[in-house]
Design a protein around this ligand. Structure first.
Ligand SMILES: [Zn+2]
Length: 137
């Protein structure tokens, strides 16, 4: 079903698709409206989310399931992944410029902002691999 929800940025009502059994919280309503609205702030929000998702994929490529393809040992500790994923979000939002994590027995991971607004993920374990997520707008 669809329902009209106000965009938290511009205030206009936007048609949003929701499942009939879903109970909408205020935050969920805001997210839904932002994901459907065509105003610049909503587009920026979607671009930011897409960039964060790509940076987190890159973290997974270098530190998670994809690590072995890069001849690196996966980092097993979920809490470390939580910190790194959060760091990607904070870099995208401009709250921090970089975070370097020295992981016990697994080398160093640096998540940082590039000069063109990209989010860089670099892992060093004797050698380095770096992946970048570019800005989406
Ligand atoms: Zn809007």
């Amino acid at each position: 079903m669809t329902t009209e929800l106000p965009c938290p940025s511009c205030g206009q009502l936007v048609m949003c698709r929701v499942s009939a059994d879903e109970e909408l919280t205020e935050q969920r309503e805001k997210d839904l409206a932002l994901s459907a609205c065509s105003c610049p702030a909503a587009r920026l929000d979607r671009a930011e989310k897409a960039q964060i998702a790509e940076a987190q994929d890159n973290i997974n490529m270098l530190c998670g399931e994809g690590a072995e393809e890069n001849s690196m040992q996966p980092i097993e500790c979920q809490d470390v992944h939580d910190i790194m994923n959060k760091a990607a979000e904070l870099v995208a939002k401009g709250k921090i410029f970089e975070l370097t994590v020295k992981v016990s027995g697994c080398g160093t991971v640096k998540i940082s902002a590039g000069t063109k607004g990209q989010i860089k993920v670099k892992r060093t374990v004797g050698f380095s691999e770096q992946l970048e997520a570019n800005q989406k707008y």
